[in-house]
Design a binder for this molecule. Sequence first.
Ligand code: COA
Length: 167
Amino acid sequence: MKEPHSIAIYPGSFDPPTYGHMNIVERSLKIFKKVIIAVATNPVKNNLLTPEERIIILKKIYRKNPNVEVDQFHGLLVNYAKKKKVKVILRGLRTVADYQYESQMAFSNKSLNPHLETLFMMTENRFSHISSTLIKEITHFGESAKDMIPPLVRKMIEKKIKLKKEE
Ligand code: COA
């Protein structure tokens, strides 16, 4: 029989995935047997990368790790978790500033599905300043965010930003 919490869903926009996200995945695999990285495809945020591009990147990063599944979901996270039969949502917390947004989400998800638990993992100090928005801003103004993202992510967002500027 399957252990009760052997799988966790790690949802996010991942626009783009960062070393901060990767650190959470790496550490969570010491607790869970499998982590499903679930890329939200809702057009809520004005994303730079398409869901397909974000998925391609994440699949490349984790191609050698059979304990990481990369997937996408549309609509509510609670419905996706139900479909996958997973009861644990994993989120990273950077600073106290994340708390309000994260607690609102966790309480809302709990009210939509009382069986779903949200677990928070503190982002390691060395990654707590990382933000997908800042990475895009730094790249837009011609600097490299190489300390925050892997090379393949950097190449992809540099290409996308260049194309955007040419539009
Ligand atoms: N280290 C460094 N940075 C991190 C990090 C970490 N460990 N974890 C997150 N971040 C940063 C990201 O870079 C990003 O930066 P930004 O604020 O500049 O964009 C930010 O934290 C959050 O991004 P991400 O982790 O990709 O998640 P998100 O907050 O965009 O994801 C969803 C939100 C997708 C989980 C949520 O909107 C959702 O569930 N949507 C589905 C619809 C739904 O169910 N809605 C109801 C929810 S109650």
